[in-house]
Design a protein around this ligand. Structure first.
Ligand SMILES: CC(C)(COP(=O)(O)OP(=O)(O)OC[C@H]1O[C@@H](n2cnc3c(N)ncnc32)[C@H](O)[C@@H]1OP(=O)(O)O)[C@@H](O)C(=O)NCCC(=O)NCCS
Length: 113
């Protein structure tokens, strides 16, 4: 018997500093972060072209942000997609910190390392 189509799943990959979204076991996209103390700084989100336009970025980011809360951390939305998502999802406002020049220079050093 054929299995029903599976829902996308989101996994945190600490070794790669990112969350990945899988569709039927295939990686469809990611949102990348670096941790700065209790802050989780999100700086890039991408969905592969083959999977674009079906709401996967929203599912990925929604589950990633819920995981940040579950871990007792805070969100810093450098990634424009994450920033836009947060304007529509007030439920994360209490754990969201502003993007400051300090965070941006810290992130540049991290990514260059
Ligand atoms: C942006 C991206 C992740 C969206 O993936 P997706 O699964 O097709 O997105 P969804 O279907 O969940 O959502 C589409 C929404 O993304 C928004 N969006 C598209 N490109 C965006 C960008 N560069 N910055 C912010 N938001 C963007 C759209 O306006 C749309 O918003 P709406 O829901 O209010 O209409 C994907 O198009 C992508 O990988 N783009 C290339 C990389 C990129 O520009 N990343 C974002 C900045 S790091």
């Amino acid at each position: 018997m054929t299995e029903p189509a599976t829902e996308p799943t989101v996994e945190r990959r600490d070794d790669r500093h990112r969350y990945e979204i899988l569709v039927a076991g295939e990686r469809a996209g990611l949102t990348a972060f670096r941790d700065r103390g209790e802050q989780r700084v999100f700086y890039h989100t991408e969905i592969d072209d083959a999977f674009a336009g079906r709401g996967l970025a929203a599912q990925l980011v929604g589950q990633a942000l819920a995981d940040v809360r579950a871990q007792g951390k805070r969100i810093v939305p450098v990634c424009p997609y994450v920033a836009k998502y947060l304007t529509k999802h007030d439920e994360f406002a209490d754990i969201t910190d502003p993007v400051t020049p300090d965070v941006l220079s810290w992130l540049r050093e991290r990514k260059a390392a």
